[in-house]
Write a new protein. Structure first.
Length: 232
């Protein structure tokens, strides 16, 4: 593991451990380096502006101050391309446009050599995706979800029937290659799944959602997980 990658992983591990902290010995075992190397890395993080704290004695260790943000960290070319590929392959995903802009910001602040290598590697990854649904519709659904406001949709079901419904958004779900808006349908007084590609129009209303939760949707399949599924 290159040092830049190790520093990033180290800062992430310190963030995850929270107030309990972690010992230098454990960090050394985790990254397969010496305790001396770990302490040099911790000094480097602190010098770069990371809010690293240390607590001596039994039960002590290192951590990051609560509520503090991390300084910019470097990505490897492969990590940068992995992010670009994931977003490019899923243009229908909620907030995909924001993700693309965010990744571009990250790539733009990489050191020139790393950015050049990332661009070269990115040229070796091709993505062919289907035509995207209306950006206007997706923006309305994203806004309704973020602001927890009722969204009025014109929806054509699989049998060809078209209805206009007020929906309280609960979650977005992807299954079998399709994205769904899952929410409380005020017309049916029940949780319903709406395939995004069948939504012909969407308008965010001023009505605030009543507070329906994901628990009302039911248990997700065993192979399903939230997008932060890798978080500790």
């Amino acid at each position: 593991m290159r040092r830049a990658e190790r520093l990033h992983a180290l800062s992430e591990m310190l963030r995850r451990t929270g107030a309990r902290g972690v010992s230098a010995e454990r960090l050394a075992r985790e990254f397969e380096v010496s305790v001396r190397t770990v302490k040099r890395d911790l000094d480097a993080l602190e010098s770069s502006g990371a809010p690293v704290w240390s607590r001596p004695g039994p039960g002590g260790g290192y951590g990051l101050s609560a509520g503090a943000s991390l300084p910019p960290v470097s990505l490897s070319p492969a990590q940068a391309v992995a992010l670009m590929a994931a977003v490019s392959a899923a243009p229908e995903a909620p907030y995909a446009d924001l993700a693309t802009a965010g990744i571009r910001k990250i790539v733009d602040v990489l050191d020139p050599k790393t950015r050049e290598r990332a661009d070269e590697l990115a040229a070796r990854v091709w993505v062919n995706t289907a035509a995207s649904s209306s950006r206007t519709i997706r923006s309305a659904l994203e806004e309704a979800m973020s602001e927890q406001r009722v969204v009025r949709i014109r929806y054509t079901a699989g049998d060809g029937s078209t209805t206009v419904r007020d929906v309280e958004p609960v979650l977005f779900a992807s299954t079998s290659g399709q994205w769904y808006l899952v929410g409380w349908c005020r017309m049916r007084d029940a949780i319903r799944w709406f395939m995004v590609s069948r939504i012909e129009r969407a308008t965010v209303t001023k009505a605030v959602c009543a507070g329906h939760t994901i628990d009302e949707v039911g248990e997700p399949p065993a192979n399903a997980k939230p997008v932060h599924g890798g978080r500790v």
